[in-house]
Design a protein around this ligand. Structure first.
Ligand code: FES
Length: 89
């Protein structure tokens, strides 16, 4: 799932940044570029920081056991784009 549409930043990228030590929106802005354009994603991104509504999900992601790829993660989009290109060829 995309958190920041302007910069194509996914939930997994935000979770990884938090797992690697990001503790503020400023950290996420510096590392990923979230909330650096329209700012609509700032509140959602903040919820992944320690103490936020989705903070525990970051810990699960870090463990790597329970989080599967989201349907619209960039890897899936690339595969779908290649499949469409092959079908058109
Ligand atoms: S959606 Fe993140 S800056 Fe616009």
């Amino acid at each position: 799932m995309f958190i920041c549409i302007c910069n194509a930043i996914t939930e997994r990228q935000v979770q990884a940044a938090v797992s690697e030590g990001a503790t503020s929106l400023s950290d996420l802005q510096g590392q990923l570029g979230v909330a650096s354009c329209c700012g609509c994603c700032a509140e959602t991104a903040t919820e992944y920081l320690p103490g936020g509504r989705y903070a525990s999900q970051a810990a699960v992601s870090h463990a790597g056991a329970l989080v599967a790829d989201a349907a619209n993660d960039p890897g899936h989009v690339l595969v779908e784009m290649v499949e469409v290109a092959v079908r058109r060829a």
